[in-house]
Design a protein around this ligand. Structure first.
Ligand SMILES: [Zn+2]
Ligand SMILES: [Zn+2]
Length: 248
């Protein structure tokens, strides 16, 4: 089984030998869009009811300043991820005249959203029995999602941590606006990044196949680490996964 990731719809499992027809259909739609750039620019940018999973979102991203929406930054980020998720430099580039703190915020929300797909994949083999403690390499982590930190099993730790990060990012108290970020709220970026990192680390050390399959498809870890490097989020001393670019 191969996991296919449609960022903003549902996660769908597809059999690896069933993609021939749909792949050619997607290629065909792309050709149509590319051969008629002016027409496609005017075409409604929405998925029609009943659109096939493989054919959703078949349009090119708009330049940021042409997106007319209160969620312009989020829409722009999601569109460039769909367009080319391997181009990490482009994904991290702060759009012109935009606040880097707000850009980070959008990235964090997106990373949490996509990490949920990794959790779905982890469920197949990470359990209270297989991983009674949240470990990565020699490290043991206590779950901070409780009044007193406690030793949750790994899959519970992962879910609690992801829920906790999402709750902070959606909190009106810490992030009341999408337009600017309070100075005091920025400190949450580092603690969220450190905790999310452990989810990747547990997956890499204990569920390598799941990690690799997920990363090959999403490049989420690469994006997460580049974000961390760009904005100084995780100290080098806490990075325990070997540099993937060097390890192949
Ligand atoms: Zn596990
Ligand atoms: Zn917990």
């Amino acid at each position: 089984m191969k996991a296919a990731f449609n960022l903003f719809g549902t996660l769908k499992n597809t059999r690896s030998n069933s993609g021939v027809d749909s792949a050619s259909t997607v290629e065909f739609s792309k050709e149509m869009i590319q051969s008629n750039p002016q027409e496609s620019a005017k075409a409604p940018r929405r998925n029609r009811p009943g659109v096939k999973f493989e054919e959703a979102y078949q349009w090119k991203p708009l330049p940021f300043d042409e997106i007319d929406s209160v969620f312009a930054l989020q829409e722009y980020l999601q569109s460039i991820i769909r367009d080319d998720r391997e181009n990490i430099t482009r994904l991290l580039e702060v759009p012109d005249n935009q606040n880097p703190d707000v850009w980070q915020y959008e990235h964090f929300k997106q990373i949490c959203l996509e990490l949920n797909y990794l959790v779905v994949q982890l469920y197949s083999e990470c359990s209270k029995v297989s991983c009674p403690e949240m470990k990565a390499d020699e490290w043991l982590y206590l779950c901070a999602a409780h009044p007193t930190p406690q030793g949750c099993c790994a899959i519970d730790y992962v879910v609690h941590t992801l829920d906790g990060a999402t709750a902070i990012l959606n909190s009106n108290k810490y992030f009341p606006s999408r337009m600017n970020i309070h100075e005091t709220s920025k400190k949450h970026y580092q603690s969220i990044a450190r905790r999310l990192y452990r989810i990747f680390a547990h997956s890499w050390f204990h569920h390598r196949e799941v990690f690799d399959e997920f990363e090959n498809e999403t490049f989420l870890y690469a994006r997460f680490m580049a974000l961390s490097a760009k904005f100084d989020l995780i100290p080098n001393s806490l990075i325990i996964i070997p540099d993937l670019a060097l390890s192949d």
